[in-house]
Design a binder for this molecule. Structure first.
Ligand SMILES: [Zn+2]
Ligand SMILES: [Zn+2]
Length: 301
């Protein structure tokens, strides 16, 4: 397996996973937050996760401000501002009259409920504190950053030409081909092609590939045989390089003629994939690596 195809397998699910992180983390956040505030956790989690374009989550953030988000400063238990003591650890959360337990304010001297005088020592309370909500900022950051990251990966994964490598293609009639290549090459080509195409299929393209490296740069030569696609008056041909490697694309039309072969040359970092279409239909492409140059392109140093 080439390195580019393993990158493909690794990267393909990544944008999806990134985009899944958002609803999952929103769901967990809303579930926990709603439970603390004694809101309907099931209902709000469903709304926040499944309402489209985060509208459910936004509505939740607006509605939840009506519900307490206070906690006991001693033990962290969720409490409301009406609690006089923490139900879990007993910490005194707000001042109250020692006689009738009516809630009182720090600057009051007398209880307005039972008229008892309020002693100094009741002022020693640990008022409930607002919960620190770091998770919300993480989610908001994820909502902004993850889609951008997912789009960036998708973009990188698609075949964006990076401008590396050049290519060329030439259709060569058989008669010319026989004259250009040496007899040795001709015999080897005949043998190799015969070995590949026992019964030549119209749905298949056959190619012999020769790779050579000059000064650290690779060049790939392809001799391409497509049954019934000779004598092309116009063809389209191009090379694109992306994260998934380089692709050589040859678009032909059905002419019914077997009179010619196609010679391709490409310089790329990795062996390019061949994509051959006839009248827009993609053909299976069988490629055989050979140790000689089967094309009419010259490879003398
Ligand atoms: Zn407590
Ligand atoms: Zn009182």
């Amino acid at each position: 397996m080439s390195s580019s195809s393993s990158i493909l397998i690794l990267l393909f699910p990544l944008p999806l996973i990134l985009l899944l992180i958002i609803p999952v983390s929103i769901g967990i956040y809303v579930w926990r937050d709603a439970k603390r505030r004694r809101m309907n956790a099931v209902l709000w989690t469903i709304i926040a996760v499944f309402a489209p374009t985060l509208i459910g989550f936004i509505v939740y953030l607006l509605v939840r401000s009506n519900y307490s988000d206070l906690e006991c400063p001693s033990c962290g238990t969720p409490v409301t501002k009406d609690y006089a003591v923490c139900p879990k650890c007993g910490a005194k959360l707000r001042m109250s009259c020692p006689q009738c337990a009516f809630p009182v304010e720090p600057d009051w001297k007398v209880c307005p409920h039972c008229a008892a005088p309020l002693p100094e020592d009741i002022r020693e309370v640990t008022a409930p504190v607002c919960r620190k909500d770091k998770a919300l900022w993480k989610i908001l950051a994820a909502v902004i950053i993850l889609p951008i990251a997912a789009i960036a990966i998708l973009f990188a994964a698609m075949n964006i030409p990076t401008g590396t490598g050049s290519c060329g293609m030439q259709e060569v009639p058989f008669d010319d081909y026989r004259e250009i290549v040496s007899e040795t090459t001709l015999n080897e080509v005949k043998e190799d092609l015969a070995g590949m195409a026992q019964e030549q299929s119209l749905d298949k393209a056959y190619a012999l590939r020769y790779e050579r490296t000059v000064n650290g740069n690779s060049e790939y030569f392809y001799l391409l045989l497509v049954s019934g696609a000779g004598d092309q008056t116009h063809t389209s041909f191009g090379q694109s390089t992306g994260l998934f490697g380089t692709t050589l694309e040859v678009n032909l039309e059905w002419t019914g003629s077997d009179n010619s072969v196609f010679c391709l040359v490409s310089s790329a970092a990795n062996p390019p994939k061949l994509k051959v279409t006839v009248d827009g239909k993609k053909l299976d492409c069988e490629i055989k690596d050979v140790s000689y140059n089967p094309t009419v392109y010259l490879t003398e140093p």
